[in-house]
Structure formats: structure tokens, C-alpha cells
Design a binder for this molecule. Structure first.
Ligand SMILES: [Zn+2]
Length: 502
């Protein structure tokens, strides 16, 4: 049997969710192969024999951050536009997930992975728009993740109703505008059989994990959702789906799901999805009664404040969600919707949105934001007990933060400064599955300079294609703007429907 590989991280402060949140104690961390085997001050010589040593003096070891909502398909769209209502944004981003070269798909996956690693993110939940929906392209994405060395909870999205179903009163749009939004979808069986086959071809192992991702309730028939529930059950997988991201989506539930009391949560329940496996992403426009049902069912919610603000979707009801006791996770969402893969921003936004939502001073949520970004997000994928903490028995996924960075000058509180002052700049070393993937702020697994050149070459045709899309979408804009305005005007009514406590 091959000798196990040992790595000792010596002399750093180690962030412990249940320990001193402000001045974490000094401890050594011993890693054997892919797992943490011991954490403690001055580990015995016998234990650490033959270990490679990383000197962590002046560093803070934090559990690897997990991004519980991400799409790698539009990484190259970052910075192409500013605020836009989601329904108009769909006009520009959906086509860019379309038929692209394998080189481009590999490059965008790597760019997102590198950006994430450099910001201390060791796991991404990639809800991928896989186009074309075939094996070759899927293999390119998984190979890129493997090469980058980041952990991925992978879930190609499925939907059997077309993208235009995302827009309220879609039938009132001219046919060519509907077409721009997408009027086609693949058959259910083709999609679910494909996933079943891929789960066998690439069994979960090392840094690959799977999840099931029906795009959104309004894009799936009951039969599709039942198929997803069965697949998740059969393979013991988590489920992620977009729910109540915009006002328009909450109104679609009211308009078109009367048989389910106008509630997507009731609809998801009716197809067997409301349970501990389920994570609904966004839930900006969820009612208090629905939160309570989610909490009682053990289902979870992944918040994405950054994209919700940029895409004018709204502000998730953080205080009510906390009161309801529903389990929470945090995500960064698309690179075109929030422009950045950075959990420090997501954590800070969680605290700030909570702060501005209540008149009274709250309890201070920095440590809670850290829990959501690690333990809570691990739970979304069913990986609790394996990810999210620096503890023996957990996977060796962690980041070392340089406490000499000005963000920690002076060092008053680990939890508060990680959330409020860290930008990602302090992330110096990152370890995933026991492997050092960032050292001295450089990714060790991929040649970043070569990738930069490759992306520069790929961007010439990409930008040309993008400009063509923008041009061709001009005609749709007045219709989409009008639809969006009408949705906003319906908000007062919507607020009464939501019956929030505040
Ligand atoms: Zn999303």
C-alpha cells in the first residue's frame, strides 16, 4: 500500500466556529492524504514525523469557503454590463451559454475556478447551463475542475419548459421576442437519462460531487420534477432550484399555480421535492408561511444578495428567514449577475442586508455569516460532517490568511474582520482535498499566465458574438421594459400576499 502523505500546518491561529471567534487559539493542523487527522497545540513529534511543513505563523487558518450558488457558463460575461432587470438580462446571457467552442468552455471553467481559489473558495456548486447537452462538453468541464483542483458540486441544469417561461405574461410578447428568450426545451427522458448515465460515468470521488438541478419550478412540468426527485433519491443527492428570484416569478406563481394555492413551495411539495434534500436559490419573494413550511421540512435557502441587487430582483427577507429557523446558505451567482466569485462579499452583504432590515441593533452576524458560508453551504450539498470546519475527520479544505495584511491591522476580531474587512487579498495559501492549490497567492495547478493569453485570444470572437446579440435584441427591449414595469406596479399587491411579519 502506498505510504500516506502528511502535511503539517504549524503555528497559525485556527478559526473554530465554536471557539474564540475573535482571537482564535494557536494550533497545528495535521493532514493525512485528503483529510484532517489532528488539530491541537504542539502536536507530538511521532504524529508529525515525515510531514511536509507549512509555517503558518502570523496566519489565520479558516475552513475552505463554499459557494453554494454559481454558474460557470457565463464567466466571460463579467463586466459587460451594469444593472439590468433579470428578465432583460436573460436576453444577453442565455445565448452566451449557447454553442461555444470546447476551448472556450474549458477556459471559462478554469477562470472561474482560479478566481474562486484565489478568494479562499474551495468548493463551488456549479449549476451549469450545459449547451450542447452532451458528454463531450460535460467531460471538458469536469476535466477543467479536476485540473484546477477545486472541489465541485456539479449539477447540469435541466428544464422541459422553455426559457421564456421565466417571464410573466409571456404570451403577450411578439413571437420573435419570445424566440429571443428561448422557446425550445429538450424532452424530459433525454435529460434525465443523460444525467443517470453521467452519474455512472463519473462517480463521485475525491473533489467531484453531484447534485440535481431542475432550473426552476416554472420551467419544469410536474413529470420533470418528479423525475428529478426520484433521481436525487436513487443517488442520495441534494437538489438546487431557482425559486422566487424576482417579483415576476412570485406573480407567475399566483397567476398560474392556483391549484397549488399560488405557491411554488406547495408545487414543489406536490411533486415530492419539499424535504431535506431541497435547496431553493434566492427566495427573495417568499412568504412567511412558506419559510415556516421550508423550515419544518428541513429544506434550505441559498441567498444571493449580490445578484439580487444588481438584477433589480429585490432584497431577500433575511430577518424573517432567520426567525423562521430555515437553514441558510450563501452564494455569489453568475459572473454576469454579480461579476465576482467572492464569499467575503457575500458574507458582508448578508450582514449588511440584515442590519438595514430592522430598526433595532441586531446581535451581530459576522460569525453566523461564516457558518453559513462553510457549514451551512456544506449542508446544502449533503456534505455536512465532511466540509466546513477545521476538525479531525473533515476533508482537508482550508485557506491560510495573512494577518499582516492591512485588513487585520489592528487585529481585533477574526470573525468580524473576515466578514467586514477581508476582500480576498489576504488569502495566501489554499488547500483542497489535502493538496496545496494556492501557494504565495498563486494557483499551483494551472499556468495562470498561459490561461490569460488564451482568454485574450478567445475574447476577440466572444466580444464580436456578444455585440451581435446585443444588436439583435434591440427590438425586444421596449417589450421587456414594459413587462418589467407592470411587474413592479403589482408589487403592493404582492406585499399583501406575502404577509410578512414586518
Ligand atoms: Zn442561478
Amino acid at each position: 500500500m502506498a505510504q500516506s502523505k502528511r502535511l503539517l500546518i504549524r503555528g497559525g491561529r485556527v478559526y473554530d466556529h465554536d471557539g474564540d471567534l475573535h482571537q482564535p487559539a494557536l494550533a497545528d493542523i495535521l493532514i493525512e492524504d485528503d483529510s484532517i487527522v489532528a488539530v491541537g497545540a504542539g502536536l507530538s513529534r511521532d504524529l508529525v514525523q515525515d510531514a511536509e511543513i507549512i509555517d503558518a505563523a502570523g496566519r489565520l487558518a479558516v475552513p475552505g469557503l463554499i459557494n453554494a450558488h454559481y454558474h460557470s457558463h457565463d464567466v466571460l460575461c463579467r463586466g459587460l454590463f451594469e444593472e439590468l432587470p433579470l428578465e432583460m438580462w436573460l436576453l444577453y446571457t442565455l445565448p452566451m451559454g449557447g454553442n461555444r467552442s470546447k476551448e472556450e468552455v474549458r477556459a471559462r471553467t478554469l477562470v472561474g475556478a482560479i478566481e474562486s481559489l484565489r478568494a479562499g473558495i474551495t468548493t463551488v456548486q456549479d449549476m451549469l447551463g450545459l449547451v450542447p447537452f452532451d458528454e463531450d462538453y460535460l467531460d471538458v468541464v469536469l476535466a477543467a475542475y479536476r485540473d484546477a483542483g477545486i472541489r465541485v458540486v456539479f449539477s447540469p441544469m435541466v428544464a422541459d419548459l422553455p426559457s421564456v417561461s421565466m417571464v410573466r405574461h409571456k404570451d403577450a410578447l411578439p413571437p420573435d421576442v419570445q424566440e429571443m428568450l428561448g422557446v425550445k426545451a429538450l424532452p424530459i427522458r433525454q435529460q434525465l437519462d443523460f444525467l443517470e448515465t453521467q452519474l455512472r460515468r463519473h462517480p463521485a470521488a475525491a473533489t467531484l460531487h453531484w447534485a440535481i438541478a431542475p432550473f426552476a419550478p416554472q420551467r419544469c412540468t410536474p413529470r420533470m420534477l418528479e423525475g428529478c426527485a426520484a433521481l436525487a433519491e436513487r443517488h442520495d443527492l441534494a437538489v438546487y432550484t431557482h425559486v422566487y428570484e424576482t417579483r415576476g416569478q412570485a406573480l407567475i406563481a399566483r397567476d398560474s399555480y392556483g391549484a397549488h394555492g399560488g405557491s411554488f413551495i406547495t408545487y414543489l411539495d406536490s411533486v415530492g421535492l419539499l424535504g431535506p434534500r431541497l435547496n431553493i436559490v434566492h427566495s427573495v419573494w417568499i412568504s412567511r408561511a412558506e419559510m415556516d413550511r421550508m423550515a419544518a421540512a428541513g429544506a434550505g435557502i441559498v441567498l444571493n444578495h449580490l445578484s439580487n441587487l444588481k438584477l433589480k430582483s429585490g432584497i431577500a427577507p433575511v430577518c424573517d428567514l432567520r426567525d423562521s429557523g430555515v437553514r441558510l446558505g450563501l452564494g455569489c451567482d453568475n459572473c454576469s449577475g454579480s461579476d465576482v466569485q467572492n464569499m467575503f462579499q457575500a458574507m458582508k452583504m448578508f450582514c449588511l442586508i440584515a442590519a438595514v432590515s430592522e430598526p433595532e441593533p441586531g446581535p451581530g452576524l459576522a460569525h453566523e455569516a461564516l457558518r453559513h458560508a462553510t457549514l451551512g453551504n456544506a449542508r446544502t450539498a449533503g456534505l455536512d460532517g465532511r466540509l466546513g470546519a477545521i476538525r479531525p475527520g473533515h476533508k482537508a479544505d482550508l485557506a491560510l490568511i495573512d494577518l499582516a495584511d492591512p485588513a487585520y491591522l489592528p487585529f481585533n476580531s477574526a470573525a468580524r474582520q473576515l466578514v467586514y474587512t477581508e476582500t480576498g487579498r489576504g488569502v495566501e495559501t489554499v488547500i483542497v482535498d489535502g493538496r496545496v492549490v494556492v501557494r504565495d497567492r498563486r494557483v499551483t495547478t494551472i499556468d495562470e499566465d498561459a490561461l490569460r493569453h488564451e482568454v485574450a485570444d478567445l475574447m476577440r470572437p466572444f466580444v464580436t458574438d456578444y455585440q451581435k446579440i446585443v444588436q439583435s435584441r434591440q427590438r425586444a427591449l421596449p417589450y421587456m421594459l414594459d413587462a418589467h414595469r407592470r411587474v413592479w406596479q403589482a408589487e403592493l399587491d404582492l406585499q399583501r400576499f406575502l404577509a410578512r411579519t414586518r
